[in-house]
Each structure stands twice: as C-alpha cells, then as structure tokens.
Design a protein around this ligand. Structure first.
Ligand SMILES: *[C@@H]1O[C@H](CO)[C@@H](O)[C@H](O)[C@H]1NC(C)=O
Ligand SMILES: *[C@@H]1O[C@H](CO)[C@@H](O)[C@H](O)[C@H]1NC(C)=O
Length: 278
C-alpha cells in the first residue's frame, strides 16, 4: 500500500468516525422512563422492539405512555404487532397538556411513528384527539369506526419542545394493525409471513431512516391516493411533514460535530505525519 493510499484510507475512516459520533441523541427515553416505575413495562417494550433508539433519534416527539396495569394484552402479541401498536403511541410532534388544551378544533389529527414506516394502511398512521365538553381529552386511532376512548390522564414528563410523555388510560389499537388489514382490504396479501425480525441495534439506523424519507419529502403527492401497499398512506395532518423533515434531515447540533471534527483533524494530522516519517 502506498503512503498516499494509506492516507486516503485513514481520512475516510476518520470522517466516518466523526459522522457516526455526531448522531448522539438529545435525550434517552429509556433513561427518562427509568425514573417512573409505573411505566417500567412500557419502557421495556420500547427497548425490546428497538423503538427506544428510533425515539431517541427524533427531536420533536410525544409518547402516549401506558402504566404497567394498562398494557392489556399487548405483551401477549407477536413482537412485530407489539412494535406496530407501540409506534401508534408515538406522535411525531411535541404536545404537552397545555398545547393539547389550546387545540381549537373539536378533532385534530396527529401523525404517529407508524406512518413514518410507510407501511401503515389507510389511517393507521394517524391519531385523532378530541376535547369532551367537560374539558377532558381523548385519543384514538384515526381509522374509521375506531373508538376515541384513550383518555389523557396527565403529563409524566416534558422537555419543551422536544419530548413530552403523557399518560393515557387505554392502549390505542388501530383496526387491522395486527396484520389482518390486508385480509379485509381489496389487494391480496403479497407476503403472508411477517418481515424479518427486529434488526440488531447496530443496524437499525440504515434500516429505519430511509423509510421515513418518502413521507417527509412527498407530502402532497400521495395525499389522496388510496393507501398503496408499499407507499405512504394519505397524509391529512399538516403535522406530519415538518416534524419528520426536521427530525431526519437537519444536521446534528453543531457543538458535538465541531468537537468531533477537531479531534478527527488532529488524528489525521498525527497519522499523516507518522506515515510521512516512515
Ligand atoms: C429540540 O428541538 C429543536 C427542533 O425542534 C432542535 O433544534 C434542538 O436541538 C432540540 N434540543 C435538543 C436538546 O435536542
Ligand atoms: C439510554 O439509557 C439506557 C439506560 O440508562 C442505556 O442502557 C442506553 O445505553 C442509553 N442509550 C444511549 C443511546 O445512550
């Protein structure tokens, strides 16, 4: 290997390292929920399904959390179904109790993390939130005919305007999210078997990030399309696009990146002079 080839290799390695290091998240949902024992099981589920990592990569997010006694039969379902249900409980925007109380319209549509996968059918990737006359607030799946019965019980924690964890009374289970939607719907199932198991943590960034991209970049194009099997479903909520775009395409905070670049450059200089000397 010539010394110039070595230098190119070294530079690439250093750049790759600093790029990887700058994807450090602003918060850690696992650590946040660790402080609230009533949510320990919900917290474990987020880790087991690798959704915790996905949540940590976001900058503006709301979690509709369930206490241990309210998880119902979620834990008895196949892991892929658990993951889809939990994704329904992750709203791609920041909502604390104050902001929810300020919502003017009687019914507001929120976009959830399942929509960002591009695999949600119909309105499975959306939630409705509504105010009752007595001032209480309820969430439900935006799928037609779904009950709007998950009552907002209160705020667990918030870090305005990045992450809010709210407690709700019931799991939100969108019709067909257990995989039966395609059986009800017109198109025959392409693949009966569920996809590959949850990827190992190290591989999840590549696995998950591209799935978000079409949703973020083509807000209007599919708005009226009847939810194709492999494309993003309709996007009624105005919330979907900005949150998504901001989350995935904005560069990480400058301070971390700067430090990494500086240490990267120093490593390069050191290695280059080492190579030059030999
Ligand atoms: C909070 O979110 C904003 C954008 O919504 C982002 O610019 C900022 O870096 C986030 N703060 C933290 C601590 O991540
Ligand atoms: C988040 O916190 C948990 C528990 O403290 C820890 O095991 C995990 O490594 C943390 N994740 C990141 C990305 O720092």
């Amino acid at each position: 290997m010539s010394s110039s080839t070595s230098i190119v290799v070294v530079i690439s390695a250093v750049l790759l390292l600093s790029f990887t290091a700058t994807t450090i998240s602003a918060f850690n949902i696992t650590r946040i929920l660790d402080e609230y024992p009533p949510f320990s099981q919900f917290n474990s589920l987020l880790s087991q399904t690798h959704l915790a990592e996905e949540i940590n990569r976001r900058k503006t997010i709301t979690i509709l959390a369930l206490t241990n006694d309210r998880l119902g039969d979620i834990t008895g379902k196949p892991v892929e179904v658990q993951k889809r249900i939990l994704m329904t409980h992750v709203v791609l925007d920041y909502y604390d109790v104050l902001k929810l109380n300020k919502l003017k319209s009687t019914k507001t549509v929120l976009t959830n993390l399942y929509q960002a996968t591009g695999t949600a059918d119909d309105q499975q990737g959306f939630l409705d939130v509504t105010h009752k006359n007595d001032g209480s607030i309820y969430f439900g799946s935006a799928m037609k005919g779904s009950p709007l019965d998950a009552k907002l019980e209160g705020s667990v924690m918030k870090m305005p305007y990045n992450i809010s964890v709210l407690s709700i009374s019931h799991p939100i289970i969108a019709p067909g999210i257990d995989g039966t939607y395609k059986l009800i719907g017109a198109p025959p199932p392409k693949a009966a078997a569920p996809g590959p198991k949850v990827p190992p943590p190290a591989e999840s960034p590549e696995e998950d990030v591209p799935a978000d991209a079409p949703v973020a970049e083509e807000p209007a194009a599919d708005a009226d399309a009847p939810a194709p099997v492999d494309g993003p479903a309709g996007a009624p909520g105005p919330d979907a696009t900005p949150a998504d775009a901001a989350d995935n395409h904005s560069p990480p905070p400058a301070n971390g990146a700067g430090k990494n670049m500086v240490s990267g450059v120093m490593m390069m200089v050191t290695l280059a002079s080492f190579l030059a000397a030999h």
